[in-house]
Design a protein. Structure first.
Length: 148
C-alpha cells in the first residue's frame, strides 16, 4: 500500500517537471560569440557565431550556457554573449514571408537560407510572425526556420 501511494504521488511531480523542461532559445547578442568545448575561456575554441544566431539552451551554469546550434552541435558560450531577444534562422533555400498566416496571403518579402529574422510571436496553424532587419514584418511557417 505504501509503495502504491508513493508511486501515485510521484506521477504529478514527474508530469510537472516535464512541463518545466520546455525548450528555451536565445540568440547571440554581441557582434560575434566564441563557442568552446567546456565552460571556460581556457577551453578549446570550437567556432565563432555571428550576431542574431539562435541557440537552444541546454544547461545554464554560472556565467556559461551549454547550447545547441542549428546543425545540432553542442558547445559552451559565455552568458554575456547571448541576449533574451529571440531570432530564428531560415532553414530552407528560400522562405516566403506573408502578410497574414495563410499560404494564399500576399508575400511581403522572401528570406534566403541562413537569414536571421526576429521572432515576434506564434500564430495559429503552425505560423510564426517575424521581423526582417529592414523592419518588414510578416508570417512564415515554423517548418521553414530553426530556433523556435
Amino acid at each position: 500500500m505504501f509503495l502504491l501511494r508513493a508511486l501515485l504521488m510521484s506521477v504529478p511531480l514527474a508530469l510537472a517537471s516535464g512541463a518545466a523542461c520546455a525548450v528555451d532559445y536565445a540568440s547571440v547578442e554581441e557582434s560575434a560569440a566564441v563557442l568552446y568545448d567546456a565552460p571556460s575561456q581556457k577551453a578549446k575554441k570550437l567556432f565563432v557565431l555571428s550576431r542574431y544566431t539562435p541557440l537552444e539552451i541546454i544547461v545554464s551554469v554560472e556565467g556559461w550556457l551549454k547550447v545547441r546550434d542549428s546543425s545540432g552541435a553542442l558547445a559552451w558560450v559565455e552568458k554575456k554573449s547571448v541576449g533574451s531577444k529571440r531570432y530564428v534562422m531560415v532553414n530552407v533555400p528560400q522562405a516566403a514571408v506573408h502578410q497574414q498566416p495563410d499560404e494564399k496571403a500576399p508575400t511581403v518579402f522572401q528570406a534566403k537560407q541562413q537569414v536571421a529574422l526576429e521572432w515576434l510571436e506564434e500564430a495559429d496553424g503552425g505560423w510564426l510572425k517575424v521581423r526582417h532587419a529592414d523592419g518588414e514584418t510578416g508570417y512564415l511557417r515554423f517548418s521553414e526556420v530553426w530556433g523556435h
